[in-house]
Design a protein around this ligand. Structure first.
Ligand SMILES: [Zn+2]
Length: 214
């Protein structure tokens, strides 16, 4: 059961189709695991559809508001986000960016416990990739020159702000410094979307930035 969700504004943008690709992939992946947010997005999409329909120029007459309310109540439920075929390991929005095997990706190992692979840089410069932390592995304190989203795919991790499991949507801004540590018993695989390269702080800050060059 997911406990960490996108912010309402992020879901509104997603439902309106105005997210950039990085945010859109991150939210789509979260929705795969989170019934609560799937339902919210369905409601928001219905509301958005009604708004677009009502933007057509039409004479305003008495009863327009009542008609609108009737239409909203009649709106069919938007189909829930489809789940991937059972043989797929990951949600479809992510699977479509991946080769057949994760071994085919160009993994780099900026730290002993951390492997990263770059999948895509989107139209706004957001970097979409995978992070793999070894069981019990810890990433040194770091902050970001922008936003960072992690969606847990397998395993779990924790940091100063909480503990996160499968499907959790962890959003950090450049005000946050954190040192994630994978759960002790299992490796942690995450979708990672960052707006700018990670900047390590503290004594290991000199380490090569995992995202600067492939
Ligand atoms: Zn959610």
């Amino acid at each position: 059961m997911t406990q960490w969700h996108p912010q309402t504004e992020q879901l509104v943008e997603y439902a309106a189709g105005s997210c950039n690709t990085g945010m859109s992939v991150a939210i789509s992946v979260h929705l795969h695991y989170c019934k609560h947010c799937r339902e919210r997005v369905s409601e928001l999409e219905s509301a958005t559809a009604v708004l677009f329909e009502t933007q057509a120029p039409a004479p305003v007459a008495d009863g327009t508001f009542d008609q609108l309310m009737q239409r909203i109540q009649r709106e069919p439920t938007v189909e829930p986000v489809r789940k991937p075929a059972p043989q797929q390991r990951f949600p479809r929005a992510l699977q479509s960016l991946l080769p057949e095997s994760l071994d085919e990706l160009n993994w780099r190992h900026p730290m002993k416990n951390l492997s990263v692979s770059h999948l895509l840089t989107d139209e706004t410069g957001m970097i979409i990739g995978l992070h793999h932390m070894k069981a019990g592995g810890r990433v040194p304190n770091h902050t970001h020159r922008g936003d960072e989203i992690n969606v847990v795919l397998e395993g779990g991790f924790s940091d100063q702000m909480g503990s996160y499991g499968e499907g959790d949507f962890v959003f950090r801004t450049d005000n946050d410094t954190h040192a994630p540590q994978a759960d002790a018993h299992e490796d942690c695989l995450m979708l990672s979307v960052v707006t700018a390269p990670v900047k390590l702080t503290g004594p290991l800050g000199w380490l090569v930035n995992p995202f600067i060059k492939p």
